[in-house]
Ligand binder design. Structure first.
Ligand code: GLU
Length: 522
């Protein structure tokens, strides 16, 4: 197709998709995937996205959940063009369509009690038949129904479903056929004011000019019902694409057990939106190449429904961690530092204050102001190790302490004695003392210390190449623990003065363990 034709086609059939989450829970991966695939497809086609909150289930829908979903979508950058529309505010519109159907005899009031319906259902099941409505109230005329209602009889509105074959084309699965005789007359509204899901969706999709319905496989069985309603109302049929079910590695229904949590929780734990999007795009879509990092523009460029699988999509949280670590590694340290600030604050390593319209950070232990460059230096050394941002505070807390507390035993490397450990620290202290504050950079520190290792080891009778005798005590002196970034990296972050203070504190501890006559006592 040449460019002109392509443009013409776009003009004549503008793509319009919908994101229709039900606010009956916090935003989860299924909602995210539905929104993402709609977003990608709409952007690829230059189309528009309508956001619609399907809150007709008043008991289960909550504002808190709706807000969570809207926040999640915004955070992920999955922006919409129109809406949000709330179905509970559209009752008048549904009512008009419901009345039309009832007037045309395509829907009727049903007065069966739930006990009656249940008994019939049991009876059908016992005979191995599909449980469908008996049709008992199908012959009640609208006038009769009005009378019964005015006498206080309870009713619902049922759609008169034709028992014919219903076929539709699915962009993922090809042709799908349903046997309408297995559907039976189904409930589309509690009353004229309270329409239910299958009905509201059809009305809204038409009213909102939706051309493509992209949603989870769990909605396939609703599609024939929705098609029957469309036909009864004389409405056009949108294109359908049903995305595969998302499941855990054990092929069971996805749950927390598989590491799947809500989008807000992922955000809280420090997953980057780009990583979550990249991960979710692969829940059902596979470009069939080795390429695994996909930013949004590439997803929009490469997406197609024929690369969406029919079989279930397996959720693998280790892959999400891996992708997140890739995105963290690629972050500019300045940006990453800003993203990490809240984690230091919530861990109590930083306090936040507003001053002249600006946010300033302090170390609450020392009262010192903390510049963003300091945080930037920390994160630049940590970023290759992080799987998620929330790990930053625990991994770097020692930078913010005014005093470290650790067992002096920890300072010793392998068979080194306290005296040898002290010698190592003294040695480093002297080397560091000769480095100007202006030259205090990781590389300079390393270049000053590393060539001295062999000589030091030989002087205390240790294997020439074992870096631990000199560097381990330095590591522990600077952070008070076993796990940390490299000792020169830590010294770089701490600066000359604090590094010297921490080494002095370690030496001080060791002095207490060394008695003069037995200098080399272990
Ligand atoms: N509100 C439905 C849900 O959250 C989606 C309905 C649809 O896509 O038709 O599952």
């Amino acid at each position: 197709m040449d460019e002109n034709n392509k443009e013409n086609q776009n003009r004549t059939t503008p793509v319009r998709v919908r994101m229709p989450p039900s606010p009956t829970g916090f935003m989860h991966v299924g909602t995210l995937r539905m929104a993402l695939f709609n977003y990608i497809f709409a952007k690829q086609k230059g189309g528009k996205i309508v956001l619609r909150l399907e809150d007709t289930d008043r008991q289960r829908s909550k504002k808190e959940y709706a807000d969570d979903i809207l926040d999640g979508l915004r955070w992920l950058g999955l922006n919409w063009d129109e809406g949000p529309f709330y179905q509970t505010q559209r009752a008048e519109i549904y009512k008009q369509y419901l009345e039309k159907l009832v007037d045309r005899g395509k829907a009727y009031h049903c007065f069966c009690s739930s006990e009656e319906l249940e008994a019939h259902r049991q009876y059908q099941m016992s005979r191995g038949e599909a449980p469908i409505y008996s049709g008992k109230c199908a012959a009640i005329s609208p006038e009769e129904a009005r009378e019964l209602i005015s006498c206080g009889r309870k009713s619902v509105i049922r759609f008169r479903a034709e028992s014919k074959k219903i076929k539709f084309n699915d962009l993922v699965r090809g042709e799908i056929e349903f046997d309408g005789s297995l559907i039976g007359d189904f409930v589309i509204a509690k009353d004229f004011e309270n329409a239910l899901y299958n009905f509201t969706v059809v009305v809204d999709d038409f009213e909102m000019g939706i051309t493509h319905v992209i949603r989870g496989e769990d909605h396939i069985s609703n599609t024939p019902k929705q098609i029957l309603i469309q036909e009864a109302l004389g409405l056009p049929r949108p294109e359908y694409a049903h995305l595969p079910i998302i499941m855990g590695a054990d092929r069971s229904k996805l749950s927390k057990r598989h590491g799947a949590v809500g989008v807000t929780e992922y955000r809280r734990q420090g997953y980057l939106p780009e990583a979550l999007i990249n991960f979710t795009a692969f829940l059902g879509w596979n470009p069939g190449t080795e390429k695994e990092i996909y930013l949004m523009p590439e997803l929009i460029r490469d997406f197609s429904f024929d690369k969406v699988q029919k079989g279930g999509a397996v959720f693998n949280s280790a892959r999400l961690d891996y992708l997140n670590s890739c995105y963290i590694k690629n972050c500019a340290p300045g940006d990453l530092a800003k993203l990490c600030l809240p984690y230091f604050v919530s861990a109590g390593y930083l306090s936040e204050e507003k001053s002249g319209g600006q946010t300033v950070y302090k170390n609450p232990r020392t009262g010192e102001g903390v510049e963003l460059e300091f945080i930037e230096k920390i994160v630049s050394y940590q970023q290759s190790r992080l799987k998620k941002l929330s790990e930053i505070a625990e991994a770097s807390g020692y930078f913010f302490l005014s005093e470290l507390s650790y067992e002096k035993e920890l300072l010793k490397w392998k068979d080194a004695s306290f005296a040898e450990t002290k010698l190592a620290l003294d040695k480093i202290k002297n080397i560091f003392a000769n480095i100007e504050a202006g030259d205090w950079k990781r590389q300079n520190l390393e270049e000053a210390v590393l060539p001295q290792i062999a000589g030091f080891n030989l002087s205390v009778g240790k294997p020439e190449k074992d870096r631990g005798y000199l560097l381990w005590p330095l590591r522990v002196a600077l952070c008070g623990q076993k796990m940390s970034i490299g000792p020169f990296e830590m010294a770089d972050v701490l600066g000359k003065e604090k590094t010297a203070k921490r080494i002095d504190a370690a030496v001080e501890m060791l002095n207490g363990s060394i008695c003069a006559p037995n200098l080399f006592n272990r």
